[in-house]
Design a binder for this molecule. Structure first.
Ligand code: PMP
Ligand code: GLN
Length: 403
């Protein structure tokens, strides 16, 4: 569709791949392992709290920076997850999901022409936020596992990082655990990234929405905890992944007081404040510390088992699946000769098998010449994963397309 009224800075963007693949999956009756949302309900503890909030909340504008009780709960959660403490008064802000926190942070600190480093494959909302601020995306690729440099894992291109430092940048955006690769950045990589940010006298925006979803012996660690980094980081997370309610859209940004003051100005101008009943329900869950500890441990174990289920299904269908240590995604390498490209392969998989996945080339400014990978989400019921497994093995026929 032509878009004559669209402001030029948005020209490079269209409908998100998540919406596109979910719509395609719905239209074809395919199993949707594309968009990352659970197809099961999150914890009853939180739903009960939400029901109680309907009766007891004030139902008026919440304080713009967030309900004080939720800010206090978030400060405790972040301290437990990262070891970094933030003052709920002037260092914690409640936002409309992590998406709004990321967007507000970028608008708050990026001037037109500022260079912003992202690690590719990169979550699609970052380039959009950077474009709106007039910033310049500086992509640094993670080497893919099937390249000599990657050697079995998604690894940081350190030479490209050094080049970015030499050229200078204002902001670096880091997502760990990483969507779409499932990579959990190691302490050594975090130290390397911290050195780069400090050498460039820059700041970092840390997207840690998958902090609670790490597997095997992996541990989540934040760039904010690196020496000298606390007051250079805006750290973002949300209730979406941790509690399995992507529809809540309750997120948060934690940062030193100066960065927080900047972010709050944009937050005030964009959404002003966020639903008090949803804030109250999340605050209740965070205040119930014994329940929370049990829930987090159980969730990790449940998702780890789902990861293993999906990995087995994909391997049985001929994909190569490097171990993922975090998030609820696996990146799987397909074998096709000639390679039709990941977008065509993903569309073909819906037609041939009735399973939808995300082609990762959409996460690059300029995709690599060959990227024979697809991202599959495992935040799905075991029955859904079993159905996907049977479809991928060709034991079930895909639902016929609607006439
Ligand atoms: N960052 C990443 C890496 C994500 O995968 C998502 C996914 N949904 C978000 C941010 C957005 O989080 P929210 O739903 O809380 O806006
Ligand atoms: N974060 C989700 C994913 O990566 C999608 C979020 C969205 O649809 N905007 O699948």
């Amino acid at each position: 569709m032509s878009r004559p009224w669209l402001a030029a800075r948005w020209n490079g963007f269209g409908t998100s791949i998540f919406t596109e693949m979910t719509d395609l999956a719905r239209a074809r009756g395919a199993v949707n392992l594309a968009q990352g949302f659970p197809d099961f309900l999150g914890p009853a503890r939180v739903l009960d709290a939400l029901a109680a909030q309907v009766a007891t909340s004030h139902h008026q504008y919440a304080p713009g920076n967030g309900e004080p009780r939720l800010r206090a709960g978030v400060a405790r959660l972040v301290a437990a997850s990262t070891g970094v403490t933030y003052d709920p008064g002037d260092e914690v802000t409640i936002t409309t999901g992590a998406t709004e926190a990321l967007y507000s942070a970028v608008q708050a600190v990026v001037n037109p022409g500022d260079r912003v480093v992202v690690l590719e494959p990169t979550y699609d909302s970052y380039p959009q936020a950077i474009a709106n601020a007039g910033g310049v995306v500086v992509p640094i690729r993670l080497h893919a596992p099937d390249t000599a440099e990657g050697n079995g894992a998604w690894t940081l291109d350190e030479a490209a990082l050094d080049a970015a430092v030499a050229a200078g940048f204002r902001l670096l955006i880091l997502n760990t655990p990483h969507n779409p690769t499932g990579k959990v950045f190691s302490p050594a990589e975090l130290a390397r990234l911290a050195d780069a940010v400090i050498a460039a006298d820059a700041i970092a925006l840390c997207d840690e929405v998958y902090e609670a979803l790490v597997y095997d012996d992996a541990r989540h660690a934040s760039l904010a905890a690196q020496p000298g980094m606390r007051d250079r980081v805006i750290r973002v997370s949300s209730a979406a992944k941790t509690f399995g309610f992507t529809g809540f859209k309750i997120g948060w940004a934690t940062a030193g007081a100066e960065l927080t003051a900047a972010l709050r100005l944009v937050h005030q101008a964009t959404v002003f404040s966020t639903s008090p009943i949803l804030q109250g329900a999340v605050a209740d869950a965070l205040d119930d510390e014994p329940w929370l500890a049990g829930y987090l441990a159980e969730t990790r174990a449940t998702y780890q088992a789902k990861r293993d289920l999906l990995r087995g299904a994909l391997e049985a269908a001929g994909f190569t699946v490097p171990t993922v240590r975090g998030t609820y995604f696996v990146m799987a390498r397909y074998a096709a000769d000639p390679d039709p490209g990941d977008v065509a392969y993903a569309r073909g998989l819906v037609d041939r098998c009735g399973v939808a996945a995300i082609p990762p080339s959409v996460f690059y400014a300029t995709p690599p010449a060959r990227l024979p990978w697809l991202r599959f989400a495992f935040c799905k019921r075991d029955e859904t994963l079993a159905r996907a497994a049977a479809l991928l093995r060709g034991e079930l026929a895909p639902t016929a397309p609607a006439p």
